[in-house]
Design a protein around this ligand. Structure first.
Ligand SMILES: [Ca+2]
Length: 466
């Protein structure tokens, strides 16, 4: 009797010890991986946020995000237009190595989007979605995809995203009152917008679906890629009353109101993270896909302090805002001038997500910088683009640009000429030579993307000083 009781007590203690050990081992060995949310606006300028100096556009929630996180001043998009910059982000390769190097393609037609043959991601392109899935994440993409229409190898649901909702076709995304959106391979009707009605703003649906994805996956590590469609043209918004008294054209008021609407939804996203008690374990990035369009340069200073716009490899076309917020990990209120680019997102997320295989990437993980540690800078950054053909290199504080394989390289010293006004190539032939070698080595010839040797006179206008 006595020994039975002692045995039971010992057994109970043993079970308790094993149970508790397993609990604590679980906590020690498999901490919850951080959720990652990557928010990207569309065609929004570097300087169109309060925290990047805008005197015009109201962005209280993004300004708060910057105060609570790290704000970068020298981050570059993958390309100066939509599709290739997304291709760079998705693959971790720079624009000399990617499948889709321009918006236009040799197959452009007037066909409706389901049949338009834009060059899609290839099956063998290894995407950030596939990588994060392999690292154990639930993956979602909500907004504008633009890297492969239905029926091609490039659709998001074939490129590593468990859930997609929004516009698969980039031109379809110009219509903010569309009567359908895509959910994975399915067409989802929006009857409120049938026959030209304009009752539902598509961005609102996309934001709501993204928030639903967060709720549904609050207990899983998730990767949420959120390429919002705002503030791209058409410049339509349900309400621009915030800017009603401004002396701007309607288009400019709408553009500013689109950014503020997106800002409102990002504020709601942060509220949701707090309500679900996952705010501390969620790393959120905010950026824009490339520089702004010309109508916003004068009234809003959208590209300040740079020169150039969308479709140009000048700083104004490539430099983007970038904010990263991760409570307890990223020190609040820091401004970093570390130089990095979209192709670094892939290796950074791979390190944070615990993906252990080697990566075919042109990028570096910027996790040390996020955590306040020093790290080796990039040897150089490289871009190429085709409408018209342009190549650019950033080497230390030098920026080299040429407009054809046989054209001279224009050289700018960004340390005292961020506006790229003064070509100093003649004074620094050794830097020009280094940049020439990089342009040669990093441009991977591709029959879909014929590089021109000699630029047109029209193309050369881009480099004339203002
Ligand atoms: Ca864009």
């Amino acid at each position: 009797m006595y020994s039975n009781l002692a045995g039971s007590i010992l057994l109970s203690i043993f079970i308790l010890v094993v149970f508790c050990t397993q609990c604590s081992m679980k906590n020690i060995e498999t901490p919850q991986k951080p959720n990652i949310i990557f928010i990207m606006s569309d065609d929004q300028g570097y300087a169109d946020l309060g925290c990047y100096g805008s005197q015009y556009v109201q962005t209280p929630h993004l300004d708060k995000m910057a105060r609570e996180g790290m704000r970068f001043t020298q981050v570059y998009a993958g390309s100066p237009v939509c599709a290739p910059t997304r291709c760079v982000l998705m693959t971790g390769l720079h624009s000399g190595h990617i499948t889709r190097r321009d918006n236009r393609t040799t197959f452009d037609t007037d066909k409706p989007f389901m049949k338009r043959q834009l060059i899609p991601l290839k099956k063998e392109d290894f995407t950030i979605g596939e990588m994060m899935k392999q690292a154990g994440y639930v993956t979602g993409a909500f907004g504008k995809w633009g890297l492969g229409n239905p029926g091609t190898s490039g659709t998001p649901y074939l490129q590593g995203f468990d859930q997609f909702y929004g516009y698969i076709d980039q031109v379809h995304a110009h219509n903010y009152y569309t009567d359908f959106l895509m959910r994975n391979a399915d067409t989802i009707s929006i009857p409120e917008n049938k026959d030209g009605q304009r009752q539902v703003y598509s961005h609102d649906l996309i934001a709501a679906e993204a928030h639903q994805f967060i709720k549904e996956n609050q207990d899983n590590p998730f990767f949420l890629y959120l390429p919002y469609t705002l503030p791209h043209g058409k410049y339509e918004v349900p309400d621009n009353s915030l800017y009603a008294d401004k002396p701007w054209k309607e288009q400019v008021k709408n553009y500013a109101a689109m950014i503020s609407r997106m800002d409102r939804d990002i504020g709601q996203l942060f509220t949701l993270l707090k309500e679900l008690d996952i705010d501390e374990n969620t790393l959120v990035f905010f950026t824009s896909d490339h520089g702004p369009n010309p109508p916003f340069i004068d009234p809003l200073g959208s590209n300040k302090p740079f020169r150039g716009v969308k479709r140009q490899v000048l700083e104004g076309g490539l430099r983007v805002p970038m904010i990263a917020r991760w409570p307890g990990k990223i020190q609040a209120g820091i401004t970093s001038d570390f130089v990095w680019a979209f192709w670094d997102v892939f290796p950074t997320l791979a390190e944070i997500g615990g993906f252990e295989k080697s990566l075919p990437s042109d990028g570096i993980s910027i996790l040390p910088t996020l955590l306040g540690k020093s790290q080796q800078p990039h040897a150089f950054l490289y871009w190429e683009f085709y409408s018209p053909f342009q190549q650019a290199v950033r080497l230390d504080n030098w920026k080299g640009i040429r407009l054809g394989l046989q054209e001279p390289i224009h050289l700018f010293d960004l340390s005292n000429d961020p506006g790229e006004q003064s070509n100093v190539a003649d004074k620094h032939p050794e830097i020009v030579e280094q940049i020439s070698v990089i342009m040669h080595n990093e441009h991977d010839p591709d029959p879909n993307w014929p590089a021109v040797k000699v630029a047109s006179e029209q193309a050369k206008n881009m480099l004339n000083p203002n």
